[in-house]
Design a protein around this ligand. Structure first.
Ligand SMILES: [Zn+2]
Length: 87
């Protein structure tokens, strides 16, 4: 099997996870804005979207860990940093 540094699947899984984490960050910022505006409907709506994003994050994390298992190793923080730089 290819190394994690030049594996298309590693890059894809990491890209997916980064997109989801960015989405969570955007939602958190939007929710803070809604809280400050005392817009309770929007706070609740964003809360639901965040729950869905957390589920997606968990699925993406599991897929990444499973794939790392296929490489025969545990995912280390340094791997994520190298994959981000490579993508
Ligand atoms: Zn891989």
């Amino acid at each position: 099997m290819r190394t994690t540094e030049n594996c298309d699947e590693c890059v894809r899984l990491t890209t997916d996870l980064m997109k989801i984490l960015n989405r969570l960050a955007e939602l958190a910022t939007a929710q803070i804005t809604a809280f400050r505006a005392k817009d309770q409907d929007t706070v609740l709506l964003i809360g639901k979207q965040m729950e869905q994003a957390v589920v997606a994050r968990n699925i993406a994390t599991c897929a990444q860990q499973r794939h790392m298992g296929e490489h025969g190793r545990v995912l280390l923080h340094g791997d994520i940093e190298r994959l981000k730089e490579a993508s």
